[in-house]
Design a protein. Structure first.
Length: 337
């Protein structure tokens, strides 16, 4: 029995309850695409009118920071007959997680004497995997690195873009990592997952795949990518499908950032895509190590790719709005990775 099925049997809703929910959704015209093995998540699709009829909330168009978005205008509502089994509804808006990658400084030099004076006047230096291994002393020696607990095991990065595999090979060769047993592969897991190709998020995905292999050079780094839908982030689709595998990943990373306020009205203490995927007991049991990026720290709603200083006030990364994953921030070593 797959882990997801086992979790569903032990902790999920009864099959009769699942059928009641799917029948209710279908009665309003919504298309039930997938009932995941754990029985805790149902993937559906439909029109704005069907959403209004089912959940009693309208989908409106909004202009936010010069860009057009869609989102539900009020909290979704569900009838009392299914309320005991339905925790909530997610993916009713198109405010997608974004890359936390900061673009390289133009005319970069070594050392970076022309870098902005944001580090007490200390010039920045380039860093490689060996520097990272020295800073994090648990990986300091080659002998200890070869005994990595993830040796030969998959380390998954969930994305909404493909990358050029040759870039990973070039990175490993340039930094002397080819002597380790680590490998790299790309997949598009499960149902409802289409190949996204390479898009504007490619730089972020490549960075993650390369540095995951730098921290754990013996691991099998695998990039799981799915294309975004109108209201669902491809990285979430990939992560959900990974958890539905017979052997879910032991380590999974999602290095994106999503303003907590963008999760929709009333969702600060209600289900979001993050809490549904990364923040559930199945994920904790099957994938003991889940990491989400927190580069913006207390300024999780600021776009650091367009601004130097935080202007949006205190706001956490929405991907850390669950106690079941680990949100980590960028470390500053007076260097540029």
């Amino acid at each position: 029995m797959a882990y997801g099925e086992e979790m569903g049997t032990k902790f999920g809703p009864a099959q009769q309850d699942i059928e009641t929910v799917t029948q209710w959704l279908g009665s309003h015209g919504l298309q039930v695409n997938t009932v995941f093995k754990n029985g805790m998540t149902i993937d559906v699709s439909g029109t704005a009118g069907q959403v209004r009829d089912t959940f009693h909330t309208e989908i409106h168009k909004y202009l936010v920071n010069g860009k057009q978005h869609i989102a539900n205008a009020s909290d979704p509502q569900i009838p009392a007959t299914v309320a005991p089994v339905v925790v909530g509804v997610v993916s009713l808006n198109d405010f997608m997680p974004k890359s936390a990658l900061i673009k390289p400084i133009k005319n970069f030099s070594i050392p970076c004497n022309g870098c902005p004076d944001g580090f007490n006047g200390v010039p920045l230096y380039l860093e490689g995997p060996a520097d990272l291994a020295t800073i994090y002393t648990s990986l300091r020696s080659t002998k200890r690195r070869s005994r990595s607990p993830v040796k030969g095991k998959p380390l998954w990065c969930s994305k909404d873009t493909d990358i050029n595999s040759a870039d990973v090979a070039t990175f490993r060769k340039a930094f002397g990592l080819t002597s380790y047993s680590g490998t790299f592969a790309q997949i598009h897991p499960g149902t409802g997952c289409s190949d996204p190709g390479m898009n504007n998020a490619e730089s972020e995905a490549a960075l993650d795949a390369e540095w995951a292999g730098a921290v754990a050079p013996d691991a099998s780094v695998e990039l799981a990518s799915c294309a975004d839908t109108a209201t669902n982030f491809g990285g979430f689709i990939a992560a959900q499908n990974l958890l539905d595998l017979t052997n879910p990943p032991p380590v999974m990373s999602l290095s994106y950032i999503n303003c907590e306020a963008d999760n929709g009205p009333g969702t600060a203490h209600k289900p979001t895509a993050t809490s549904t995927i990364f923040g559930n007991k199945q994920q904790v049991r099957e994938c003991p190590c889940s990491f989400a990026a927190g580069d913006g720290a207390a300024a999780g709603c600021d776009a650091f790719d367009t601004a130097t200083y935080a202007v949006g006030g205190i706001a956490a990364n929405g991907l850390a709005s669950t106690p079941y994953d680990v949100c980590y921030g960028r470390n500053r070593f007076s260097g540029c990775l």
